[in-house]
Design a protein around this ligand. Structure first.
Ligand code: 4NP
Length: 159
């Protein structure tokens, strides 16, 4: 079966986007969904690193283990490989608009939170300089969006 390929993008690929990847991997494995997922950074700061310890800790609290994930930077070839590219905030959206080789490539890009609030272009805030509470809020936002995604492939898992 052809798998849909989804990419999640944030600034550092150590907080928000690996969380989306990890949550999706959890449900893909649990429900045998035909989806391939990955995540990537806009900036090169954390290439090769595992996710931020605060993100890891908060995700583990919810039974999601993102410890094995490793940060990488977004590549132009990702426009070709992936069917859909979900960004967390405006800066990623406009950065990918500049990088996209064609208008059709850029059509693959959307805000993750548009899965929950269509066309509102809401942002998932950067928790990097935030508190434990901010990491939990980011988890809840991303988890809600991932539930919408899962429901696109297996109806009514989350009602
Ligand atoms: P992320 O969070 O984009 O959700 O991974 C950040 C990670 C690192 C930095 C900023 C945001 N940083 O400035 O190093």
């Amino acid at each position: 079966m052809k798998k849909d390929k989804l990419l999640f993008v944030c600034l550092g690929n150590i907080c928000r986007s690996p969380l989306a990847e990890g949550i999706m991997l959890h449900y893909i494995n649990k429900h045998k969904l035909p989806i391939e997922v990955d995540s990537a950074a806009i900036a090169p700061y954390h290439i090769g690193e595992h996710p931020d310890p605060r993100t890891i800790k908060n995700a583990l609290k919810h039974g999601i283990d993102i410890r094995p994930l490793v940060a990488r930077q977004f590549q132009i070839s990702d426009f070709n490989h992936f069917d859909k590219i979900y960004v967390m905030d405006n800066s990623h959206y406009y950065h990918l608009e500049k990088l996209a080789p064609t208008k059709d490539d850029f059509k693959k890009v959307d805000y993750l939170m548009n899965l929950v609030f269509p066309n509102e272009n809401r942002e998932v805030p950067d928790p990097y300089y935030g508190t434990e509470k901010d990491f939990e809020e980011v988890f809840q936002m991303i988890h809600t969006a991932c539930q919408k995604l899962v429901n696109q492939y297996a109806e009514n898992i989350f009602v």
